[in-house]
Design a binder for this molecule. Structure first.
Ligand code: CP
Ligand code: NVA
Length: 303
C-alpha cells in the first residue's frame, strides 16, 4: 500500500490486513510492548479543518511508533495563501516521510499524492473519511467477533462518513442499508460501486426501514465542517433522521451504536441512546489511534 487516499482504492485483503495489524498494535500497546517501527521518521499533518481525534491520535500514534509528527495548520502554511498544492507536495516530500491531510476537496489529496514522492494519508475530505471507517470496522469486529454477514445501517446525511462506511462495510462482507433524504444521497461514485454488491446494499428515505434487523447503527452530524451556513435548511431536511429509542426498537437486540464524533445530542442522536452506547462509541474513538498506527506502518515503513 503506497497511500491511503480512499477505501475505494483498497482490496478487501488490504483492509483485513490493516485491521489485523491494528488489533495486534492495540493488544501490544495495552501490554506495554513497544513497536518503534517508524523511528527517525517524520509525519507532517496538514489541517485545513478543525480536529480533536484525528490530530491527537495521529500525533500520539506517531510518537508511540518512535517517530515524530508535525502539526501544520493551513492558516500558517503558504498553502493557505495560495501556494499550489503541487509545489507544496514536492517541497514537503524533500523533508518528510509521510503526510496526513484533512481538507475539503478529495482532488487536493489525490494531487498531493500525484506530485509528492512520499505516502499520503487522507485524514478527512468532503468525499470520505477512510481512517475513521478503519477504526469503525475494527470496533465492530471487536464487539461482534466478526464482520461478514452483519447488517450495518447508517442514518442521516450521505456525506463523507456515509461514503466511506458504505465502501468499507460492503468490502468486508456486510449488508449495508442507509436512510437519507433524497436530496442528500451519497456520492454517485459510491452508488456506482454498490452495484458490484447486488443484494447487499439498500437505500431508502425511511429510517425505520433501514434500521430493521440492524446489528450496528451509525449516524453523523446533519451539517459537516464547511456546511455551517446550511445549518437551518439541514435541520429541516434531517428532522426525521434521528437515532432514538423508537428507531433502536427496529434493530436486532444487542445492536451497537457508533458515532464518529463530535455528536449533537437532540439532533442526529438522542442523549439517552448516546449514553446507553457510550462505551462502544468511545472504543470507536480510541481505535482511531490503533487503526491509524496500522495505516502509518503499512504506508511509511518502507523496505
Ligand atoms: N471523528 C473525527 O475525525 O474527529 P475529529 O474531527 O475530532 O478529528
Ligand atoms: N461529517 C463530519 C465528520 C467529522 C469527523 C464532517 O465532515 O464534519
Amino acid at each position: 500500500m503506497k497511500h491511503l487516499l480512499k477505501l475505494l482504492d483498497l482490496t478487501p485483503g488490504e483492509i483485513k490486513e490493516l485491521l489485523d495489524l491494528a488489533d495486534k498494535l492495540k493488544a501490544d500497546n495495552k501490554a506495554g510492548i513497544p513497536h518503534p517501527i517508524l523511528q527517525g521518521k517524520t509525519l507532517g499533518m496538514i489541517f485545513e479543518k478543525s480536529s480533536t481525534r484525528t490530530r491527537v491520535s495521529f500525533e500520539t500514534g506517531m510518537y508511540q511508533l518512535g517517530g515524530h509528527a508535525l502539526f501544520l495548520s493551513s492558516k500558517d502554511l503558504q498553502i493557505g495563501r495560495g501556494e499550489p498544492v503541487e509545489d507544496t507536495a514536492r517541497v514537503l516530500s524533500r523533508y518528510l516521510d509521510g503526510i496526513m491531510i484533512r481538507t475539503f476537496e478529495q482532488e487536493e489529496v489525490e494531487t498531493l499524492a500525484r506530485y509528492g514522492s512520499i505516502p499520503i494519508i487522507n485524514g478527512l475530505t468532503d468525499f470520505c473519511h477512510p481512517c475513521q471507517v478503519l477504526a469503525d470496522l475494527q470496533t465492530v469486529r471487536e464487539h461482534k467477533g466478526r464482520l461478514e454477514g452483519l447488517n450495518m445501517c447508517y442514518i442521516g446525511d450521505g456525506n463523507n462518513m456515509a461514503n466511506s462506511l458504505i465502501v468499507g462495510f460492503l468490502k468486508m462482507g456486510c449488508h449495508v442499508s442507509i436512510a437519507c433524504p433524497e436530496a442528500y444521497q451519497p456520492d454517485q461514485k459510491v452508488l456506482e460501486f454498490t452495484k458490484e454488491y447486488p443484494g447487499m446494499f439498500f437505500m431508502t428515505d425511511k429510517p425505520m426501514e433501514a434500521a430493521k434487523d440492524a446489528d450496528v447503527i451509525f449516524t453523523d452530524v446533519w451539517a459537516s465542517m464547511g456546511q455551517e451556513g446550511e445549518k437551518e435548511i439541514r435541520e429541516k431536511a434531517f428532522a426525521g433522521y434521528q437515532v432514538n429509542a423508537e428507531l433502536m426498537a427496529q434493530a436486532h437486540p444487542g445492536c451497537m451504536v457508533q458515532h464518529c464524533l463530535p455528536a449533537h445530542r437532540g439532533e442526529e442522536i438522542t442523549a439517552d441512546v448516546f449514553e446507553a452506547h457510550a462505551d462502544e462509541i468511545f472504543d470507536e474513538a480510541e481505535n482511531r489511534l490503533h487503526a491509524q498506527k496500522a495505516v502509518m506502518v503499512a504506508v511509511m515503513k518502507g523496505e
